[in-house]
Design a protein around this ligand. Structure first.
Ligand SMILES: [Zn+2]
Length: 273
């Protein structure tokens, strides 16, 4: 089925203009539009390394015992991917919607901090945030400046000789209590974060805007399904496939960076009327 883009944009704006409680749900497609590699894709990080090996403490220790070259390679790739990423026009449009008082919250599967950097303030991150650390001693969470963290990671990746756990730890930001911290991202085998809050938000929404998600990653993919169960209309923006939108919903086959600014423009026109 071919969707008529202007018509779909118009319908989305119409629905949003009448909505009482809009919740946003975003996935990897949104990050990809900012140049962040989708690690699950062919050739991506998780295609070349076994995530169950890399994404666990045991796996990291085993790589370190081999000298740490694989860890350096992974860190280099993460730095390259996240280092140049900036909020795209889609992120900025979502921040604009918040300024217009039109959205309740953002729920994201992405760990790139770009929704916060764009200006959204109520953000639930089910897979954590790479730029937030968690103290292993006092459990306190704290944000680390993007450039500061990337600099520290580059230092780890560039060092010569075998990489040691001490070598990594001394470059990782310390908590104010002096405790060792770790990135507050959900590793393989760990529970997702803020899922109860996200489902609560979904239940409170009458419209959910779903952007760039394949719906393949559970339990995060439950969020739009829960919104629908609670009676919300879904507006799905996805350039490649329709995953969540049903008959009475709106599906926009387009990138978020293109569709969202058009929707905001349309909403502003409606407000002026
Ligand atoms: Zn602490």
């Amino acid at each position: 089925m071919k969707t008529n883009l202007p018509e779909a944009i118009n319908k989305a704006a119409e629905i949003l203009s009448r909505a009482k409680s809009v919740v946003i749900f975003t996935g990897a497609g949104m990050s990809a539009e900012s140049g962040i590699a989708t690690f699950r894709d062919p050739g991506g990080l998780w295609d070349r390394f076994d995530p169950e090996e890399v994404g666990t403490a045991e796996g990291i220790m085993s790589f370190l015992s081999e000298g740490g070259d694989k860890i350096r390679e992974i860190i280099r790739e993460v730095v390259e991917s996240f280092g140049a990423a900036r909020p795209n026009a889609g992120h900025l449009a979502l921040a604009e919607l918040e300024k217009m008082g039109l959205i309740r919250s953002v729920i994201t599967q992405n760990i790139d901090n770009l929704h916060r950097e764009a200006g959204n303030t109520k953000v639930f991150e089910v897979h954590g945030n790479l730029f937030r650390f968690r103290c292993l001693n006092c459990e306190k969470k704290f944000f680390v400046d993007r450039e500061d963290l990337l600099g520290r990671l580059r230092d780890i990746a560039q060092g010569a000789g075998p990489l040691s756990l001490e070598g990594i730890l001394e470059r990782i930001p310390r908590c104010a209590c002096g405790g060792v911290s770790r990135p507050d991202v959900v590793m393989f085998g760990e529970s997702v974060q803020e899922l109860d809050e996200s489902i609560f938000e979904a239940h409170q929404s009458d419209v959910m805007l779903v952007l760039g998600t394949s719906g393949a990653v559970y339990p995060a993919a439950m969020v739009p399904q829960q919104a629908r169960k609670a009676g919300a209309i879904l507006i799905e923006v996805n350039p490649t496939e329709k995953v969540f939108a049903a008959e009475n919903d709106v599906y926009i086959r387009e990138k978020a960076a293109i569709a969202m600014p058009l929707i905001v423009e349309e909403l502003k026109k409606k407000k002026r009327k």
